[in-house]
Design a protein around this ligand. Structure first.
Ligand code: PSU
Ligand code: MN
Length: 303
């Protein structure tokens, strides 16, 4: 423990000592998922949502050679304004730490850091998954493998609608990742409540989700759980509105030769522009909704 390059914020150090539930938050959504200043405003709102639900928010990022578990307000502001933060997944984490760079953690890297810090629950917007055209590009997010190996329950609004959702679910099934939908039978699709696909597993309470998390550990099953939480009704964008715009953004990405890590940020930015900001408004609402549920799940787990 002592030789891990972890730095706890004052708030998280107090929470750990007091046994207060803690919810991890990623930082790629801040640096690569939303424009400034909405990224900073959202990060603060989400942290407030977690506190109001009885847990402590631990936004995770790499700064000055250490994994920060919890950011103070100055650090949050620095990160939100940094234009050159690296987007860190499992593959990039050690290099960024070893070279003292500044990096934002994706779902995969946030899971790794949360597990190192004994944090069992993590809230985000949407996870990465199998991209459309993956049969040609081989673009499958490292988030999926991470869910199969690191024991963190991740609360998300479903795979982002820019992904191939059926293929994403197939990969998760192959990897043995429980996909649990909160209070409905259909898998949500990020900006919309219904992907048109049935969920493999449905649970209706935070305490049942916490019990399932504990049971995986008792059984010695590696990996976490993906908890899919539908966007609130009043905030959703109908799938029909988005489909043609997603197709257009996808074509542009291919024409511009955008590959690898740049694909997801490019598509999110183009959809923000094509919907005149509507996807960002929905994104903010769904992350806040996920933060509330994550805090309740963390509260139902033993400290
Ligand atoms: N969810 C959002 N916005 C984001 C992301 C998720 O609402 O920006 C980020 C997450 O950090 C996720 C990453 O892990 O996108 C997936 O990137 P890729 O497809 O390159 O694995
Ligand atoms: Mn990718």
């Amino acid at each position: 423990m002592t030789d891990l390059p972890l730095h706890f914020s004052a708030e998280i150090a107090v929470a750990r000592a007091a046994g207060t539930p803690i919810v991890a938050l990623e930082s790629t959504i801040i640096t690569h998922g939303m424009p400034y200043p909405q990224n900073l405003e959202t990060a603060r709102l989400v942290e407030g949502d977690i506190r109001r639900n009885g847990a402590a928010p631990a936004t995770i990022a790499v700064m000055e050679g250490r994994i920060h578990i919890g950011l103070d307000d100055t650090e949050l502001e620095t990160l939100a304004q940094t234009r050159n933060a690296a987007k860190l997944s499992r593959a990039d984490l050690a290099v960024c730490l070893a070279t003292g760079g500044i990096g934002a953690t994706t779902v995969a890297a946030t899971m790794i850091c949360a597990a190192l810090a004994d944090i069992a629950v993590f809230a985000t917007g949407g996870i990465g998954g199998v991209h459309q055209g993956a049969e040609r590009s081989f673009d499958i997010s490292a988030d999926l493998t991470e869910l199969s190996r690191t024991p963190v329950s991740v609360v998300a609004a479903g795979p982002k609608a820019i992904l191939d959702i059926p293929k994403t679910l197939e990969v998760l099934e192959t990897l043995g990742v429980p996909v649990i939908t909160f209070r409905q039978d259909a898998i949500p699709a990020f900006w919309s409540r219904d992907s048109g696909l049935g969920t493999p597993l449905r649970l209706d309470t935070a305490s049942e989700i916490a019990a399932a998390h504990r049971m995986r550990a008792r059984l010695g099953l590696p990996g976490g759980q993906l908890v899919t939480n539908p966007i609130p009704q009043e905030a959703e964008i109908p799938a029909e509105t988005l489909l043609p715009l997603i197709a257009r953004a996808q074509t542009e990405a291919e024409e511009k030769g955008i590959t690898g890590k740049a694909v997801t940020p490019f598509l999110l930015q183009r959809l923000f522009e094509l919907t005149e900001g509507a996807t960002l408004t929905a994104n903010i609402a769904l992350v806040r909704n996920n933060a509330r549920l994550a805090a309740q799940i963390a509260g139902a787990l033993p400290a």
